[in-house]
Design a protein around this ligand. Sequence first.
Ligand code: PRP
Length: 208
Amino acid sequence: MSTFLTIAMPKGRIFEEAADLMRKAGYQLPEEFDDSRKLILDIEEANMRFILAKPMDVVTYVEHGVADIGIAGKDVMMEENRDVYEVLDLKISECYLAVAGLPTMEIRDVAPKVATKYPNVASSYFREQGEQVEIIKLNGSIELAPLIGLADRIVDIVSTGQTLKENGLVEMERIADITSRLIVNPVSYRVKDQVIDELVEKLSKVIG
Ligand code: PRP
């Protein structure tokens, strides 16, 4: 009997591209996966279990070993120093992390406020720039913060740029390019190396 693999997939906008890539690599994810509200799907003939998690939580499932493998954004990997191996750049869900704000914003001399879902990335970025800022952690809709006076600037993901544009914000500095990565639990990599290497190889061949 071949080795059983549990794969944590990110829910939401990354899901479609990640599922596409898995299918191209020859893993027959059932169509029901795309629309269903189910959080666990087994493909018995392939000895695989897919679990659906929030993108920020995929790394937690993999780190704790309840998933052997996961697909996680580089943004999440940069924010949290977790005990997982990053084995492959899947080159999907391309976007970048940027500093943005209102075009009319005046630069404050003393500790401007920066709202973000990425407090660690933002802190180290501004520290490297030699700028002292006050970080305000939010969980989403970050673009709201400068509009209603919670923050002077934001550090957030930009994909199409539509959210910034529709809210009258402008990009000020680009921090890092982001793509999704294949991550692996270190123990799983030791005990299931053959089947994981096979998956990595199949995915490598279909990466754009
Ligand atoms: C992300 C990000 C921006 C938006 C950027 O938010 O935080 O708000 O997408 O995409 P765009 O450049 O194509 O407009 P997401 O939709 O993941 O939701 P969130 O606000 O809950 O973080």
